[in-house]
Design a protein around this ligand. Structure first.
Ligand code: HEC
Length: 216
């Protein structure tokens, strides 16, 4: 066997090795995203079909967070509302109504403001913590015809902090929720406890974890 021949064989073996390596790598690439895609599909499925039964499909409960919520943070969160709302007593309407005393008060509470009427059609007649939590999570989901053009506060801690501050913007702040009210809200909003452990839940959890860094 000449030197040339040996080199050729050596090169062939090397190339075969590289191809085998690449093949394995590509197989992983192909299989892995597919597996994630399926998991992501499953999450969406539960979100849309369960209709508020899962945490992802609706707002998380916040009443248990209120007592310990960061009121100063809530005041900062309220800056997102200040382009449309005043909060001070007797403050003027802007795009939206003044919000003094709104927590625990009736819906459409500011006399003379041209409300859409959509808020009164959604849920109960009063702005309880539970109603405010649902409304502020996603105003258009709560009342599709509301004229409040605000996307919502996705984070439970932000809604809790905001409401912990907003309740203080009143002549007589609404009392913090009782243990019974906290339990009722959790029963209303939490996923059903009867849910059976699903073997497919493991890849779904993987996908959720993979989603996290992208911002949730
Ligand atoms: C782009 C303007 C805009 C922003 C931003 C906005 N709102 Fe509103 N808001 C409105 C309008 C308009 C209404 C009246 C809705 C209707 O009548 O359908 C309203 C209504 C409300 C009501 C009901 C008041 C009542 O008297 O029943 C509450 C509570 C409220 N907003 C809270 C907030 C909070 C808290 C934020 C910030 C996290 C916020 N809004 C951000 C425009 C806005």
């Amino acid at each position: 066997m000449g030197g040339m021949e040996f080199n050729k064989i050596f090169a062939a073996v090397l190339v075969a090795g590289i191809i085998a390596m690449l093949g394995g790598f590509m197989a992983k690439q192909l299989v892995h995203p597919k597996h994630l895609e399926e998991a992501a599909y499953k999450i969406e499925e539960t979100e849309t079909s369960a209709g508020g039964a899962t945490v992802a499909a609706g707002p998380e409960p916040i009443m248990a967070l209120l007592a310990a919520a960061d009121v100063a943070k809530g005041e900062k969160v309220a800056k997102a509302c200040a382009s449309c709302h005043s909060f001070n007593k007797g403050g003027p309407a802007g795009v939206g109504p003044n919000l003094w005393g709104v927590v625990g008060g009736p819906k459409d509470h500011m006399p003379g403001y041209a409300y859409s009427g959509a808020l009164l059609k959604a849920g109960g007649p009063m702005w309880t913590y539970e109603e405010l939590n649902k409304f502020l999570w996603k105003p258009k989901a709560y009342a599709p015809d509301t004229k409040m053009g605000f996307v919502g506060l996705k984070k439970a801690e932000e809604r809790a902090a905001l409401l912990a501050w907003l309740r203080t913007q009143a002549d007589s702040p609404k009392a913090l929720p009782t243990d019974a009210e906290i339990a009722k809200e959790q029963a209303d909003l939490a996923p059903p406890a009867t849910e059976e452990p699903d073997p497919a839940a493991a890849p779904a959890a993987d996908a959720k974890a993979a989603e996290k860094p992208a911002g949730h």
